[in-house]
Design a protein around this ligand. Structure first.
Ligand SMILES: [Zn+2]
Length: 351
């Protein structure tokens, strides 16, 4: 509630998604956001979406103790800014990420804005309007108003593409590298695209769903492995002369996927892990013996925004293709259902 900041005197309301419990997401009236701090911006959300991580609550794996707003992916148009905001102005189209960050503290300057000393989680974005704290540090304006067909790709940049990119950077993907991607959700698919952009020579996508395999190939995968677990590991070894991949992108976050990533990496290789871990238990001795380097965590998407926005505008990348369903925000319940039932990889919502 503390970030709702509504102008209660006017009792202005807008609509946004609220989760009440497992399988129960509703569109409800919520207080209209307004400027609270001088560094805030209010943006009218043009597109938002449902994240794979939203399903942890939807499926009851993460407990929902009380009703709370949902959504952390957004692009939109600035409606209002606080007195201190200098880098964005009303009318501009902006992309932000799931953590607001000052972009000036020592952690941000090191490139890890998702661990900003003043970070604020953006958790209310499946809505018509949102307040963005630290707008100068958080938001990046596009060079011009994007054509409608670019909006899905810009939205993807705000989370899944930024996260896939970070996975590839964390796994130290370099020109000529052999890369394996564990996970064929939106982040894994974007990881394939990132590996291609960073010059990987061989990209092995691990996927057993035909439409996802197809998109992975279009994004740059040279090989697809449908097997999982030990069999999946054996296939990756087979494809890499028995050695394993130089770089592995772990984009799921389960114990099985993490082990699969560890065992698919060549000795001394690198893993970028961006799947939010659930009950992951990394075997210490195995990790020690493997000489593998691990880097992961919530992606510092802000670091990559200017570059990724440019790549979208230049037509180099089209990560918006991970959205295979578009619904009005009013049908948010159906969006969660479709993703839960795997009828959709990722659903774009239009307020
Ligand atoms: Zn910071």
């Amino acid at each position: 509630m503390r970030r709702w900041s509504g102008d209660y005197e006017r009792e202005a309301v807008m609509r946004g998604a609220v989760i009440h419990g497992p399988g129960d997401v509703r569109i409800e009236e919520r207080p209209e956001p307004g400027i609270v701090e001088a560094g805030d911006a209010v943006i009218r959300v043009v597109a938002t979406c449902v994240c794979g991580s939203d399903l942890w609550s939807y499926r009851g794996i993460d407990q929902v103790r009380r009703p709370r707003p949902m959504g952390h992916e957004y692009v939109g148009v600035v409606e209002e800014v606080g007195k201190q905001v200098a880098s964005v102005r009303p009318g501009q189209f902006v992309v932000g990420s799931f953590f607001a960050s000052d972009n000036t503290c020592p952690v941000c300057r090191a490139g890890y804005q998702s661990a900003c000393q003043n970070r604020v989680h953006m958790g209310e974005c499946q809505a018509e309007r949102i307040r963005v704290p630290m707008a100068d540090g958080t938001l990046v304006a596009t060079p011009e108003q994007p054509a409608a067909e670019l909006v899905p790709s810009l939205l993807a940049v705000s989370d899944v593409m930024g996260t896939g990119w970070y996975a590839a950077v964390a796994a130290e993907v370099r020109p000529g590298a052999t890369v394996a991607v564990v996970g064929d959700g939106a982040v894994g698919l974007c990881g394939v695209l990132a590996a291609r952009e960073l010059g990987a020579e061989r990209i092995i996508a691990m996927s057993r769903h035909e439409p996802r395999q197809r998109l992975a190939r279009e994004f740059g995968a040279t090989d697809v492995v449908a097997e999982r677990g030990d069999e999946g590991v054996a296939r990756v070894k087979e494809l890499t002369g028995g050695v394993g991949a130089d770089c592995v992108l772990e984009c799921v976050g389960t114990d099985e996927s993490m082990r699969q990533a560890l065992r698919s990496t060549r000795p001394g290789g690198n893993i970028g892990f961006v799947g939010l871990p659930h009950k992951v238990d990394i075997p210490g001795k195995e990790l020690f013996a493997s000489l593998i380097a691990l880097r992961g965590g919530p992606a510092p998407v802000r670091r990559f925004l200017p570059d990724l926005i440019t790549r979208v505008f230049d037509g180099r990348i089209d990560p918006g293709r991970v959205f295979d369903m578009t619904l009005p925000l009013a049908e948010v319940a159906e969006a969660y259902r479709a993703m839960d039932e795997r009828r959709a990889v990722k659903v774009l919502l239009q307020p």
